[in-house]
Design a protein around this ligand. Structure first.
Ligand code: NA7
Length: 543
């Protein structure tokens, strides 16, 4: 077998030949996988659509883009050198800083020697005779591999709204998830934002500072809590670094794999006044831990309602125009869709250049060359920002023609019955792995460490195969179904199924309504994955 260095002799020419592993996607997980698999002595070829590493953080370059998990936690932990040498500047990292961090790790790990950029993987096909995968790209590459890892990201496939006349707009129209790399200056321009998830909310806070007018087209109001972002004190950072192991260990013991998930206070152990004091503390502290103020906020609707009501009161306090405040108030289960962590979102509606256009009962009629039409009124715009989200967990995988045993198309499976054992492996698709796939913790946890954990698990599985004379592994149908049932059961006993969300896939027309994430919590997920490995991969068929 040729090695990767030889394959990479000219990165612009189409690559042909054989490697041990092909990795699709150079985000957090993909580049870590290159490092990990190289340590096992495997030859690796990484393909990435963007011009550099970063994955979804490469593409989401919109103004105000920032992670809602704190930098000191949203970072690699299985490389002590990187963990100690990198210095974060703010409590929550901005998109540019995250990109710099990923590039830093990629350079340290020598990733660029194994990567080809501006290259989109188009097909991944299993040959039942040879037991190998053939991976083809839009640049004419054709690589044969023993293993393939789809590190394509759970929130990376943008979705465009189905609005009549979308292409007729004569100004600039950009999706937050595919933002132009050269940036877009909206100073003095009239901007429309369609969508009020994290991307739309972050965009609003940033661009309302410079645009002449911003119209926010809101279909479903979201719960937004402050981030309370601040510059990181070097002393605090030094202290965290000295205690990183202990801090990370605590995080691994919580449901979301984050330190905030601690505590066992129950909402109704307290009077309303006392309860609100706890909510007030959480609000001031800022961050996604707001819905962990009490342990049972996702267990009963009554407990959840106390939290939701507190946010509604805050909205009415912050937003001066009470009619606008009323329209901004959500009435569904808080946390059922991802909580938004954004500084200055509600405050933006007090600015004279920001207006809220409620499109719940009167949806956007159409887009015309001049702007957006709602209820017969045309909002004249220079720029339309589509902050309309992603086809989560399965969307990016479904962009690739993947065929397993008997020519079975993975897309057909995922569009009818999205499932993967431990969120990582698919029956009938031997030696094909993914990370943050359906049935994983993904967006319900801290995705960087969960990605590292999954890559480590996959690397151990490959190592196990090689040490035990096995060449193929794939989940048994029964074990995969049992995992999918566990995912369903956990979801059906929770409040997460009470609203529309990308967790359930119902933001994408034609996608089956099925809760895609494992709600059993990080410790349970990790121990189940470890049990599989320790049992010699029970539930997998090894050849
Ligand atoms: P989200 O959270 O899926 O938000 C998408 C938003 O776009 C949401 O408010 C949608 O309203 C709205 N949307 C979609 N189509 C339309 C149409 N046709 N008209 C009006 N509004 C529409 O995506 P984000 O990119 O903000 O965030 C995704 C994740 O990325 C986030 O959780 C972070 O983890 C990072 P709807 O709610 O469907 O009524």
């Amino acid at each position: 077998m040729e090695n990767t260095e030889k394959l990479m002799s000219s990165t612009q020419d189409p690559i042909t030949g054989e490697v041990d592993v092909v990795i699709v996607g150079a985000g957090f997980t993909g580049i870590y996988a290159v490092k990990k698999f190289r340590e096992l002595g495997l030859s690796v070829q990484l393909f990435e659509k963007g011009t550099d590493v970063g994955g979804t953080w490469y593409w989401n370059a919109y103004p105000g883009a920032r992670c809602d998990v704190e930098s000191m936690e949203y970072s690699y932990q299985f490389d002590e050198e990187i963990q100690q040498s990198w210095n974060w500047t703010e409590r929550y990292p901005t998109q540019p800083e995250i990109r710099r961090y990923i590039e830093y790790a990629a350079n340290k790990w020598g990733i660029y020697d194994h990567a080809k950029f501006e290259t989109c993987v188009t097909s991944v096909v299993f040959d039942e005779v040879t037991g190998l995968w053939t991976i083809e790209t839009d640049q004419g590459d054709r690589v044969v591999a023993k293993y393939c890892l789809l590190a394509t990201g759970p929130l990376s496939q943008p979705i465009y709204p189905r609005i009549e006349g979308l292409d007729s707009f004569k100004g600039r129209m950009e999706h937050t998830g595919l933002w132009p790399q050269e940036g877009l200056d909206v100073s003095g321009l009239r901007v429309g934002i369609i969508g009020t998830g994290s991307s739309g909310a972050q965009c609003l806070s940033a661009i309302s500072e410079v645009a002449s007018q911003v119209h926010v087209f809101q279909r479903t109001p979201a719960y937004v809590v402050p981030a309370n972002n601040y510059k990181l004190d070097p002393e605090v950072q030094k202290n965290v670094k000295e205690n990183y192991k202990a801090i990370r260990d605590v995080a691994w013991s919580t449901r979301a794999g984050l330190r905030y998930g601690l505590g066992d206070r129950m909402a109704f152990e307290f009077s309303e006044e006392e309860r609100d004091r706890y909510y007030e503390d959480s609000w001031r502290r800022g961050g996604i831990g707001f819905t962990a103020t009490f342990f049972d906020l996702f267990d009963t609707q009554e407990a959840n309602d106390t939290c939701a009501e507190f946010v509604r009161k805050k909205i009415h306090e912050i937003v001066e125009d009470q009619e606008v405040a009323g329209k901004l108030c959500p009435h569904d289960t808080i946390g059922c869709r991802r909580l938004l962590v954004v500084d200055g979102f509600y405050e933006a509606f007090n600015k004279p250049n920001v207006s809220l256009v409620d499109v719940k009962d009167t949806p956007i009629e159409r887009i015309v060359p001049e702007g957006v039409v709602v209820d017969g009124e045309t909002y004249d715009l220079d720029v339309i920002i589509l902050a309309t989200g992603f086809d989560a967990l399965t969307g990016a995988i479904n962009q690739i023609d993947i065929h397993g045993r008997g020519g079975l198309a993975l897309r057909d499976r995922l569009m009818t019955d999205p499932k993967a054992l431990a969120g990582m492996a698919f029956s009938d698709f031997p030696n094909l792995f993914t990370v943050h796939g359906p049935g994983s913790i993904a967006a319900l946890g801290n995705m960087v460490p969960m990605g590292e954990f999954s890559v480590n698990w996959i690397a151990d599985a490959i190592d196990y195969m090689r040490s035990n004379g096995k060449v193929l592994m794939e989940p048994d149908h029964e074990a995969e179904d049992a995992w999918a049932r566990r995912v369903d059961d956990r979801a059906n006993e929770s409040l997460y199924v009470t609203c529309r969300s990308y967790y359930l896939g119902d933001n994408v027309p034609g996608k089956p309504r099925k809760f895609l994430l494992y709600l059993g919590g990080v410790p349970d997920y990790v121990s189940k994955c470890n049990e599989i490995a320790e049992s010699g991969y029970e539930g997998f068929h090894l050849v």
